[in-house]
Design a protein around this ligand. Structure first.
Ligand SMILES: NC(=O)c1ccc[n+]([C@@H]2O[C@H](COP(=O)([O-])OP(=O)(O)OC[C@H]3O[C@@H](n4cnc5c(N)ncnc54)[C@H](OP(=O)(O)O)[C@@H]3O)[C@@H](O)[C@H]2O)c1
Length: 248
């Protein structure tokens, strides 16, 4: 689905968590395809360092774990006529521990805030814009840990499972079957889940030239996949898990 050249001119894409290697790859991919990109991160310096040289990218600093701040961000974008057609949610983080007993409250709270709270905040703030778009898309990157949780990553698998359930609930709202929708209107918006085992980027490869990174997905593959979602049929895509990794 993903590697064909895409013309995404006219679309506005919000990338939530844009200063990571995956965020940078997505921002470059979307901007290169002609979309306007709103790159969001919590740290202005990291955003500047990551993306200030990319044409077509607007940088916005916002702590996405704070619902009021995200609502203000959405309102500001509407004032600037930057209503998003797409929300690519990439805020993440990882914590593990020694077995179930080692899954600390602090680590769970961190993961819940990063993975679930930021997704709830961004999706609730931007859903009206995505639903109004002719090509509305929302996507997260989830993990094969959801399919194969281990004792050592129980908290991570639990919050990623919650995030997937949240996205499938958004897919329900986008579906023509939803009670607020007209059954005869074809779906134009879709929410989906892109699944990887782990990500790899050029800096990781350069830092460990002896490693082969088996099962890892290159961030560029994530980026082309994300861009490809905007040329997929919405009804066929809505609620899907797009696997970019084999199950371990
Ligand atoms: N890395 C992997 O191997 C892997 C495996 C499976 C799934 N995934 C998923 O893939 C996605 C990308 O992963 P990643 O490893 O690139 O994520 P990451 O390193 O955790 O990057 C998170 C991004 O979100 C930003 N961010 C963090 N907290 C924020 C907040 N409160 N408000 C706004 N921005 C915030 C970070 O920048 P600032 O800190 O500057 O704000 C950074 O740009 C995540 O959803 C992750 O769960 C990753």
């Amino acid at each position: 689905m993903s590697d064909a050249a895409q013309d995404l001119s006219g679309l506005t894409i919000v990338i939530a968590g844009a200063s990571s290697p995956a965020g940078i790859a997505c921002a470059r991919q979307f901007a290169g395809a002609g979309a306007r990109v709103v790159a969001v991160g919590s740290n202005a310096g990291r955003l500047e360092g990551a993306l200030s040289d990319v044409d077509g990218v607007v940088l916005k600093t916002c702590d996405l774990s704070q619902a009021e701040d995200v609502q203000k961000l959405a309102a500001g974008l509407r004032e600037d006529r930057l209503m998003p057609d797409g929300l690519i949610h990439l805020v993440g983080g990882w914590r593990g521990g020694d077995g179930i007993a080692g899954q600390s409250d602090g680590d769970y709270d961190f993961l819940h805030r990063q993975v679930v709270t930021t997704l709830r905040n961004t999706s609730r703030a931007f859903l009206p814009d995505l639903a109004a778009s002719t090509r509305g898309r929302l996507a997260i990157v989830s993990a094969t840990a959801v399919d194969r949780p281990t004792a050592g990553n129980a908290s991570y698998a639990a919050v990623k499972s919650a995030a997937e359930a949240w996205v499938r609930a958004i897919a329900d709202q986008f579906s023509p079957r939803h009670s607020g929708n007209d059954d005869d209107t074809p779906a134009t918006a879709a929410a989906c889940i892109v699944v990887v085992k782990a990500l790899v980027d050029d800096a990781m490869r350069a830092g460990s030239p002896e490693r082969r990174f088996p099962g890892h997905t290159d961030v560029r593959h994530v980026a082309t996949t994300m861009a490809g979602l905007f040329t997929e049929d919405a009804a066929a895509l809505n609620g899907r898990r797009v696997m970019l990794a084999d199950l371990p």
